[in-house]
Design a protein around this ligand. Sequence first.
Ligand code: SF4
Length: 401
Amino acid sequence: MPRPSQHPLQPVLDRAAAGGRITPQEALDLYRDAPLHALGAAADAVRRRRYAGTEHIATYIIERNINYTNVCVTACRFCAFYAAPKDTAKGWTRDLDDILRRCAETVELGGTQIMFQGGHHPDYGVEYYEKHFAAIKKEFPQLVIHSLGASEVEHMARISGVPVEEAITRIHAAGLDSFAGAGAELLPERPRKAIAPLKESGERWLEIMEIAHGLGVESTSTMLMGTGETNAERIEHLRMIRDVQDRTGGFRAFIPYTYQPENNHLKGRTQATLFEYLRMIAIARLFLDNVAHIQGSWLTTGKEIGQLSLHYGADDLGSIMLEENVVSSAGAKHRSNLVELLILIRASGRVPAQRSTTYEHLVVHEDPANDPVDERIVSHVSSTAIAGGTAHPELKLIATT
Ligand code: SF4
């Protein structure tokens, strides 16, 4: 029972903060109506308990997105990145040498992870990914390939005429370490059909992730907020992930990010507010009691909101993403370098730690005097950061904000 001066939802918040499981309806009530700071405090309490002993640390990773093609048959309405196969003026692909050069730059800059991300090219079946992952692993065995998601698996299996189990097994054997959980967007049927009518259903996306987890390939999970979905549909997305996670335990992290409104068919008619985003971070920490890591996404929300997210349940601030073209094509304007990211994490009262893909702490930056000072480590533009590097013409320099 709430005390007379208490918000009526405080007992639910207290139960969640103490580690009790909350129902989807309770999550929806909290998401809509709980006072913002009380919601953040409950989520932070859960984070602190889960990471007792290291709760003063916030992690980041250095990685590179390699966008291998923008040619795509799926034409998602929120996407500003793709080119239809017939649009030869806009479409491009990268050859293997270019991809390997980008991997070499990643290693030189201290990156540990590759996110191979691209369109659903009509010619790219399982064989394409086998060839490229094997080549990357042969030259750079130290790089972790954390890439793709259920949508790409469904597409490549269809192109090659094989079951998804075989596709996953083969690309895993060739070098894929884990799935990045791309293509989750919104999992419930109505909003998914509205923004990505040609993608597989949300149930199928989860089914493929569950198959992958069963084959020993873990993943992260994502959520695209702000394309016109309701609050109830956001919570339903979380419920669908939590149910699968109860069975597999294979989702390492949950990463919500906000729709970027430029250059796509939705034309920015809808957008999630920053407070909605912070509330989602907090609800995810409270509701997804079976997912270890909640990631704040400063790339789409900005550095200050990224900092705040660390007080709303996030334990990780994502990456210095040495190259990114997909959300930046749709208007994400935030970028950072490593020095700045370390300052940003410290200013929010945490000790920064570089992590691996599986969240081990590689370097804990306890003493600012020992911080790395390599200013070439800049999100989005690494290929222009090394002498002799090449930036793809599609890769725009984005003003620092
Ligand atoms: S989001 Fe991915 S699958 Fe959808 S159109 Fe863009 S590149 Fe294609």
